[in-house]
Design a protein around this ligand. Structure first.
Ligand SMILES: Cc1ncc(COP(=O)(O)O)c(C=O)c1O
Length: 412
C-alpha cells in the first residue's frame, strides 16, 4: 500500500488524528519541496515497515546468542542477518549494527581504542569535522585532547602534508578521517600511512560516503582503517542509525564498547530495518543509484558554478557539494532562508576560507525520487535565480511543485 494511504488508513488516524495529521503533513512537506540536505534520503516502504514493526517492543541487551533478556530467539536472527549482510556488503571482518546513531558509533570507537586524555588528530570543526571530532560542546572535546587538521584555503583540499606534520608533532593515539562536508574522495591509503608511521589507530568516520561505498561509487575505507564508523540513513538509505566495521582483532573490544559501555538495549526494529537496507544496497539497482547520485551531484555542482556560485574544490566526487553564494550578492544564512521560502531545503556549512558560512547540499534524496541530470540543471538555474532574486519565491515554489509532482518520493 502506498505510504500516504498507509498512514491515512492507519490505526493512528482513528486513535490519534492530531499526530496522524502531523505525520501526513511531514510526508506532504517532504513530497512537495526539494530535499537537498546532504545527509537525508527517502527510505523504502520496506525499511519503514521494519521500523514500525513489533520488533520495536523487544528488549535485547547483549548480542545474538548471549542476551540478558528472554525471548530473543527471533530478533537474534534479525541481528545476525543485519551483521552478515553488512560484512558481505563492505567486505569487513566484523560488523556491529547496534549503534543508535553515527555519533554513538564514534563514541564507541573512541571507547574501544582510547583512554580519556589521549590525543586524537581529526579534521578541525571549522573545516568540516563533525561535533564528535573534538567540539568543546561534545563529549569528544571534553574527554580527549583533539588536534585539528584543515584544508587548503585556496583549493579546499585536505592538506596531507599538514596532517603528517601534525601527526609527527603530536603523536596522537588515533587519527580520524571523515567529514560532514568534504566533497572529495578521501585518500585512505595516505591516512593509513600517516597513522602507521606514528603508531596511531586509524578511525574512518564514513557517515557520509558509506552509501556510495556500498554502491561501488566511492573508495572503501575498510581495507585501511582499524575501525570504520558510519551512519545508515544517508546515501545508504536505511533507517536513522549507526554501525561499526572493524577487523577481527578488534571485534570484541568494539562490541563491548557499544554494549555495555556506551549503550543499553539494542533497538531491534532499527536493526531489522538496517538489514533490509543492506539487502537493498547489495542489488545492481542500488549500484546504479549510487553512481547516479554522483553524476547528479557533478552536474549540479557544474551548473551552480556556471551560475556564479563559488564551488568548494571546484566540484565533487560524491553526493555532496559545498558552495559560497557570496558572488551572487548573498551570504550563506540569507541564501538558506531564501531557498527555504522557495521550497528548497538545504544546510549552511563552514567554508575553507574565512568565517563566512556557505551552503551544503546533496543529491541522495533527489536521485531516489528518480531525478537525473536534466533536473539537476534545472534546479541549479532555480537556485541561482532565487538567490539573485530574479525569480520570486512564489514562482519558484510552483516550479518545485511541478518537479516534485513528476518525481514523488513515495509514488501511489
Ligand atoms: C562524519 C559524521 N560523523 C558523525 C555523524 C553523526 O551522525 P548522527 O547524526 O547519526 O549522530 C555525522 C552526521 O552527520 C557525520 O556526517
Amino acid at each position: 500500500m502506498p505510504v500516504a494511504q498507509m498512514l491515512a488508513a492507519d490505526v493512528l488516524s482513528r486513535q490519534d488524528p492530531v499526530l496522524a495529521e502531523i505525520l501526513l503533513s511531514e510526508l506532504d512537506r517532504q513530497s512537495t519541496t526539494l530535499q537537498l540536505i546532504a545527509a537525508e534520503n527517502f527510505t523504502s516502504p520496506a525499511v519503514l515497515a521494519a521500523l514500525g514493526s513489533p520488533l520495536a517492543n523487544k528488549y535485547a541487551e547483549g548480542y545474538p546468542g548471549s542476551r540478558f533478556h528472554g525471548g530473543c530467539e527471533i530478533v537474534d536472527v534479525a541481528e545476525r542477518i543485519a551483521a552478515d549482510r553488512a560484512k558481505a556488503l563492505f567486505g569487513a571482518d566484523h560488523a556491529n549494527v547496534q549503534s543508535h546513531s553515527g555519533s554513538s558509533a564514534v563514541l564507541a570507537a573512541y571507547a574501544a581504542l582510547l583512554r580519556p586524555g589521549d590525543t586524537v588528530l581529526a579534521m578541525g570543526l571549522p573545516f568540516g569535522g563533525h561535533l564528535t571530532h573534538g567540539s568543546p560542546a561534545n563529549f569528544s572535546g571534553r574527554w580527549f585532547d583533539f588536534v585539528g587538521y584543515g584544508v587548503e584555503a585556496e583549493t579546499g583540499l585536505i592538506d596531507y602534508d599538514q596532517v603528517r606534520t601534525l601527526a609527527r608533532t603530536h603523536r596522537p593515539k588515533a587519527v580520524v578521517c571523515g567529514s560532514i562536508s568534504y566533497p572529495r574522495h578521501i585518500d585512505y591509503a595516505a591516512f593509513r600511512e600517516i597513522a602507521h608511521e606514528v603508531g596511531a589507530y586509524l578511525i574512518a568516520d564514513a557517515g557520509h560516503p558509506i552509501g556510495l561505498v556500498a554502491g561501488r561509487a566511492a573508495p572503501s575505507p575498510v581495507p585501511y582503517a582499524d575501525v570504520v564508523c558510519a551512519t545508515t540513513h544517508k546515501v545508504l538509505r536505511g533507517p536513522r542509525g549507526g554501525m561499526i566495521l572493524c577487523k577481527s582483532e578488534l571485534a570484541e573490544r568494539v562490541d563491548r564498547a557499544v554494549f555495555p559501555f556506551t549503550q543499553g538495549g539494542a533497538q531491534m526494529n532499527a536493526i531489522a530495518a538496517k538489514a533490509v537496507a543492506f539487502g537493498e544496497a547489495a542489488t545492481p539497482a542500488f549500484t546504479a543509484y549510487a553512481h547516479q547520485v554522483v553524476a547528479n551531484a557533478q552536474v549540479l555542482a557544474d551548473e551552480l558554478g556556471e551560475e556564479g556560485l563559488a564551488i568548494t574544490t571546484g566540484g565533487t566526487d560524491t553526493h555532496l557539494i559545498t558552495a559560497d553564494p557570496v558572488p551572487l550578492g548573498v551570504d550563506g544564512r540569507t541564501a538558506r532562508g531564501r531557498l527555504a521560502a522557495a521550497g528548497m531545503v538545504l544546510d549552511c556549512c563552514a567554508l575553507p576560507h574565512g568565517d563566512a558560512r556557505g551552503l551544503r547540499l546533496g543529491t541522495a534524496a533527489l536521485t531516489t525520487q528518480g531525478m537525473g541530470e536534466a533536473e539537476m540543471a534545472r534546479i541549479a538555474v532555480l537556485i541561482a535565480g532565487v538567490l539573485r532574486e530574479d525569480i520570486d519565491a512564489r514562482s519558484a515554489r510552483e516550479e518545485v511543485r511541478e518537479l516534485t509532482g513528476r518525481f514523488p518520493p513515495y509514488p501511489g
